[in-house]
Design a protein around this ligand. Structure first.
Ligand code: A3P
Length: 291
């Protein structure tokens, strides 16, 4: 990873009108045409800052039936590699059975074989206002994306979709077209917060893994905000300095629902609602508390 980051220009790359981190594969078209998804694959897909790492941790622990040794000994980006980075793609190719990987790619960039496979996808959604706040803090520290300087400026970027992986509205709107497919599970950050046990049971049922009550307890114990914050294999603190300035932000920031209320002015809140209504017209919310 460090090797990859060395020599990379700061900032971002544009592809088909979307801003990506500079760690993105140079040739997304080849990924789209050539990557072969398998029926046994499990994939976490999300717009950045939706709670991706939380879902990944939960699924890793479901797969080890609550045994925390795997999540405590292997860094998260090796356990669940990124489809859209060459480092991640190499790791995915080395995974043997029941591959488990992750992606922030908008639907129009996804490998074609995925849509005809039975690969299971968990897509996590979150209130975009909280995503905006989370991203504002996080991207300040990331050295391979554009860095926000003021909240006001970042707020505008977000509404325009001029942020890593593009517009939230387009990402979610695009992936929500998969709703109702048997191999897709949509889950919201807010429902995970509200009822962790029921959410983990829902995910394990979707993956076809039956957990004993003790195993479920162990999963739950290891995916609390504090447990993940304390786990260096999960909290991104081991990401090389060439990728992230750890003095500026951390992944495990607050982990709450509704922090946007501490950041948005009344005018911003109204402006956001207006854009939301325009862009999401006709798209039912993925969860009752998600928007
Ligand atoms: P905040 O910045 O609002 O705290 P992603 O993994 O997609 O980058 O999302 C990161 C967000 O998920 C951060 O939100 C982080 O705190 C939150 N998060 C990660 N693990 C969590 C957990 N176990 N419980 C609650 N929130 C969690």
């Amino acid at each position: 990873l460090e090797r990859l980051a060395l020599g990379m220009a700061r900032d971002h790359v544009w592809m088909e009108g979307i801003s990506f981190p500079t760690t993105i594969l140079g040739d997304l078209k080849s990924l789209q045409d050539e990557f072969v998804a398998r029926d046994e694959d499990v994939i976490v897909i999300s717009y950045p800052k939706s709670g991706t790492n939380w879902i990944k941790e939960i699924i890793n622990l479901i797969r080890t039936r609550g045994d925390p040794s795997w999540v405590q000994s292997v860094v998260s980006w090796e356990r669940t590699p990124w489809l859209e980075s060459s480092f991640g793609l190499e790791l995915i190719k080395k995974q043997k059975d029941a591959r488990f990987y992750t992606s922030h790619l908008p639907v129009q960039f996804f490998p074609k074989t995925f849509f005809t496979s039975k690969a299971k996808c968990v897509y996590i959604v979150r209130n975009p206002r909280d995503i905006l706040v989370s991203g504002y803090h996080f991207w300040k520290a990331v050295k391979v994306t554009k860095n926000p300087d003021s909240f006001e400026g970042y707020f505008e970027w977000f509404l325009q979709g001029n942020v890593p992986f593009g517009s939230w509205f387009d990402h979610v709107g695009g992936w929500l077209q998969m709703r109702g497919k048997e191999n897709f599970l949509f889950i919201s950050y807010e429902e995970l917060h509200q009822d962790r046990r029921a959410s983990v049971e829902k995910i394990s049922q979707f993956l076809g893994t039956k957990l004993s009550p003790e195993q479920l307890d162990s999963v739950l114990k290891n995916v609390t905000f504090q447990a993940m914050k304390d786990n260096n294999m999960s909290n991104l603190s081991l990401l090389p300095d060439t990728l992230m300035d750890h003095s500026k932000a951390c992944l495990m920031r607050k982990g709450i629902v509704g922090d946007w209320e501490n950041h948005f002015t009344v005018a911003q809140s109204e402006a956001f609602d207006k854009v939301y209504q325009e862009k999401m017209a006709g798209i039912p919310p993925a969860s009752s508390r998600g928007s």
